[in-house]
Write a new protein. Structure first.
Length: 197
């Protein structure tokens, strides 16, 4: 298997307050790990919740963190002021497209509706051939277990093709997840659903 170093990592993460420390520590650890491995982070530019912990963990280890923010969310109480760089886009849809464009791989941390939307949009775009990049789920404290079970149920009920399960990898350990992403090879035949033989 050919290994590809995925330098540019887009991270989706929750920005909510009052989160359990285990999630904040996990996000910090991911940021720290990405920085120590020489990878660049692209994310939604937030300073709160797991977004802030991710950025702070990377920056504390000398990492490069680039924020992408849309005009409607570009507010001082939401946006991290200490990032390596910042890019402003018109709206949330443009932000998501730009985050996916810049990425060599994507990782989802625990989050809410926004994170779920970003994760499933990345999966959908891979399903329809808009990209062939690996997607990782950092399953801190089993947070994504119900999500993965839902996807497996959709596969079992034939709403999702079984080969599309190969689009994403799951681990609770950042180093292991990054190893999986580096070892990813785009799969052939994933567009079978479009051909309807």
């Amino acid at each position: 298997m050919t290994k590809t170093f995925r330098k540019n990592i887009t991270v989706y993460a929750g920005s909510a307050d009052n989160l359990s420390q285990e999630y904040l520590d996990g996000a910090w650890k991911l940021g720290e790990t990405l920085a120590k491995q020489g990878r660049r982070i692209y994310y939604g530019a937030g300073k709160t919740g797991l977004m802030g912990a991710l950025a702070d963990g990377a920056l504390a280890s000398g990492g490069e963190v680039i924020g992408l923010i849309n005009d409607g969310l570009n507010l001082p109480h939401l946006v991290h002021s200490g990032l390596s760089g910042m890019e402003t886009v018109l709206d949330i849809h443009a932000r998501q497209a730009r985050l996916n464009e810049l990425a060599d791989a994507m990782i989802a941390l625990p989050g809410g509706f926004g994170t779920f939307a970003e994760l499933f949009e990345a999966l959908t775009w891979e399903q329809i051939g808009l990209h062939s990049k690996p997607i990782g789920i950092l399953n801190l404290s089993g947070y994504f277990d119900p999500t993965i079970a839902m996807i497996d149920n959709a596969i079992d009920k034939h709403f999702v093709y079984a080969e599309h399960r190969r689009f994403f990898f799951v681990s609770e350990h950042p180093e292991e997840l990054l190893e999986m992403l580096d070892n990813f090879t785009p799969h052939q035949g994933v567009n079978r659903w479009m051909e309807r033989p």
